[in-house]
Design a protein around this ligand. Structure first.
Ligand code: AMP
Length: 220
């Protein structure tokens, strides 16, 4: 399975991507996670990306495309992958098609997770991540038992630097302007499937599996 997860920031791409990874045994590749790791490691690439990320802007295409090309060449991606947060604009989507054509591994599907703006805002402003194990929480929907402490490992719960209101507004605007046109792009290719992204995580995952199941039968 080669899947692109499409959806606004806060639509649940990361959460559902991780579940898909466990279910299908293929890697979830998140350009946001790769970039945050580069920023954390203070690499040259991370230093270049940081200002754009802090402002909620897109990091330049050449940085992101180079990173993705390297990641897709790793052995674990040869049986399929789930792309989360990439592509983010038409230039990236077209470059991805060229890359995958060259590898003889075209995309199977682009899955849009559709969520209302009100819900996106709560998901983003309420989001907390454990510094120790990466477990995610939300102060509105899925709070930790002890405020600020991870239930699983006791680690410190942190808010992402770009989950503040000003940056969130910018990220949502960029999504509307640059990423939303990808819906039409994949629709024209006949690759788009859409799922409702409201409700709890398990329910959304069930919706995803039932759609992917139907999709796989069609392909067979
Ligand atoms: P995310 O974790 O997907 O919300 O990404 C966090 C930030 O990383 C975004 O706001 C962008 O600054 C940057 N980023 C992630 N993926 C991309 C991409 N495909 N193209 C450009 N910038 C990206």
């Amino acid at each position: 399975m080669r899947i692109v997860l499409l959806g606004a920031p806060g639509s649940g791409k990361g959460t559902q991507g991780k579940r898909l990874m466990a279910h299908y045994g293929i890697p979830q590749i998140s350009t946001g996670d790769l970039l945050r790791a580069a920023v954390g490691a203070k690499s040259a690439l991370g230093l270049k990306a940081k200002a754009a990320m802090d402002a909620g802007e897109l990091v330049s295409d050449d940085i992101v495309l180079g990173m993705i090309e390297e990641r897709l060449a790793e052995a674990d991606a040869s049986n399929g992958f789930i792309l989360d947060g990439f592509p983010r604009n038409l230039v990236q989507a077209k470059a991805l098609d060229v890359m995958l054509d060259r590898l003889g591994q075209p995309l199977d599907t682009a899955m849009l997770i559709d969520v209302s703006k009100d819900l996106l805002l709560k998901r983003l402003t309420g989001r907390r991540t454990c510094e120790g194990c990466g477990q995610m929480y939300n102060i509105y929907f899925q709070a930790a038992q002890v405020d600020g402490r991870c239930d699983a490992c006791g680690g410190n719960l942190k808010q992402r630097a770009d989950d503040n209101e000003e940056t969130i507004a910018n990220r949502l605007q960029i999504y509307d302007q640059q990423t939303k046109p990808l819906i039409g792009y994949y629709q024209q290719q006949g690759r788009l499937i859409e799922i409702a992204g409201d409700g709890d995580v398990d329910l959304i995952f069930k919706r995803i599996l039932s759609l992917l199941g139907g999709f796989r039968e069609q392909e067979a």
